[in-house]
Design a protein around this ligand. Structure first.
Ligand SMILES: *Cc1c(COP(=O)(O)O)cnc(C)c1O
Length: 459
């Protein structure tokens, strides 16, 4: 069936508030035309992120009641540890309260000034954590992975030629790890093939470099492998995951994605000495090793979520819900990044609003209009997030892509909500010539998109 029905029924509901266009116009103006500054209660469909926004199952909620809040040796930790080991296969399991803390613990222990970390594309927090430790984060994704229209099945793959060149240029001694992000979040949620993972693993290990997965959306990546890579159609998601992780030496994980929980993460490693060092650091900044900044009940919810996310009916629904939204949009001529990735749709704002120049933030203009017109919150991934002044020339440098991301929370919205989003975008597309650009009124020095205030141009 092309449009699979939700493989769950709804047992608890959270009413959504409907607001009028006039109310939203006032709210978005008061928020400096920045959707990060909006009260979430004023949003009808919130597609800001798929991180920490999942709906937990009845089984996970029941698990919360089984929370063992002992400071040390909580039974939930053992369940969590055993579950992570059985799926990921790495020996040591270190809980953290978010994925970025796992990154920070790993990098602060391993990286030295001048080191280099290759990845397909580093996620923002990963890049920031690498750079904070005075190392260089380099992206080695295949060229097609950066093209809006390339329809390759595994656009998240690492270009092994670029990787080998990096190893040659910097030398393996300056590369303490190679990373692979599955799925490739910053590249549109595109999957990485097992063939590529196998090849990268061989190159890494030939040079004595460990391979670490950024595993946030590992189950979604496994589903794409099952669907698209020859020889995996009859394997279970758990089997594919086991093979995938067998090529690596560890992983960082934000359980807020494929852990199907609202908070949590972990780091898992085979290297016992490294794990010991990191555990000592964990005690300093997160907590005792059997809770790592989380409550026992949170660890229980993660353990249960990690088992549920392997369920194929769930994954089929999840991936197809996103894909079907993409297909509805394409049928209505909305320009989007193809093929549709696992967790989000990316609208090409330059194609949608060709009359707005990049310096007037076409992506942000579309984000504002989506909220104003329909109460939908999306996020700009374009000039507001990435444009910067070149330190040497003083010229503004604009990103190649000007995107608007619609991230789909897991198990939260029905297909009827997706239909609503599609219709809203079609209405906006029909009236797109009336949409105007923006200029910045206030910006912070770093990560300006979170707090910037804007105002309409020529109004
Ligand atoms: C979300 C995310 C992270 C960071 O995890 P947090 O839990 O938000 O700290 C790291 N890498 C990728 C690919 C992510 O999507």
């Amino acid at each position: 069936m092309k449009f699979p029905a939700e493989p769950f029924r709804i047992k608890v509901v959270e009413p959504l508030k409907k607001t009028t266009v006039e109310e939203r116009e006032k709210l978005i103006k008061e928020s400096g035309y920045n959707i990060f500054l909006l009260p979430a209660e004023s949003i009808f469909i919130d597609l800001l992120t798929d991180s920490g926004t999942s709906a937990m199952s009845d089984n996970q909620w029941a698990g919360l009641m089984k929370g063992d809040e002992s400071y040390a040796g909580s039974k939930n930790y053992y369940h969590f540890e055993q579950t992570v080991r059985s799926i990921f296969g790495f020996e040591h399991v270190i809980p953290t309260h978010q994925g970025r803390v796992a990154e920070n613990l790993l990098f602060s222990t391993v990286l030295k000034e001048g080191d280099v970390v290759p990845n397909n594309i580093h996620f923002d927090t990963t890049r920031a954590n690498v750079e904070y430790h005075k190392a260089r984060a380099i992206d080695c994704v295949i060229d097609e992975g950066l093209k809006v229209d390339s329809e390759l099945p595994f656009k998240g793959d690492i270009d092994v030629f670029k990787l080998k060149k990096a190893i040659q240029n910097y030398g393996p001694d300056r590369i303490p790890m190679i990373m692979i992000t599955i799925t490739n979040n910053s590249g549109g949620g595109q999957p990485v093939s097992l063939a590529n993972i196998r090849e990268v693993s061989a190159i890494a290990h030939e040079h004595g470099i460990p391979l670490i997965f950024d595993a946030c959306r590992f189950a979604e990546n496994c589903f794409f492998i099952k669907e698209r890579e020859e020889g995996y159609q009859n394997k279970s998601i758990a089997e594919i995951a086991r093979e995938m992780f067998s090529y690596g030496d560890g992983c960082t994980m934000s359980a807020k994605k494929d852990g199907l929980v609202n908070i949590g993460g972990f780091l898992s490693l085979n290297d016992g000495r490294l794990a010991q060092k990191i555990t000592n650091m964990l005690i300093l900044i997160e907590g005792f090793p059997t809770y790592g900044g989380l409550a026992g009940r949170d660890l229980e919810a993660i353990a249960r979520g990690l088992k549920e996310v392997l369920n194929e009916e769930y994954l089929e629904f999840r991936i197809n819900q996103t894909r079907n939204l993409g297909e509805m949009l394409m049928q209505n001529n909305i320009p989007i990044v193809k093929p549709v990735g696992g967790h989000a749709i990316y609208i090409d704002a330059k194609g949608f609003l060709p009359h707005i120049p990049q310096k007037e933030f076409p992506g942000q203009a579309l984000v504002v209009e989506l909220y104003r017109h329909a109460g939908i919150r999306a996020v700009e991934i374009g000039s507001l997030m990435f444009a910067h002044r070149d330190a040497e020339t003083g010229q503004m440098v604009y990103p190649e892509l000007e995107l608007v991301r619609l991230a789909i929370p897991r198990r939260v919205y029905t297909n009827a909500h997706m239909q609503y989003v599609s219709e809203a975008l079609s209405e906006i597309y029909a009236n797109r010539k009336s949409i105007y650009g923006f200029e910045i009124e206030y910006e912070a020095e770093f990560l300006r998109h979170f707090t910037a205030r804007l105002k309409p141009v020529n109004v």
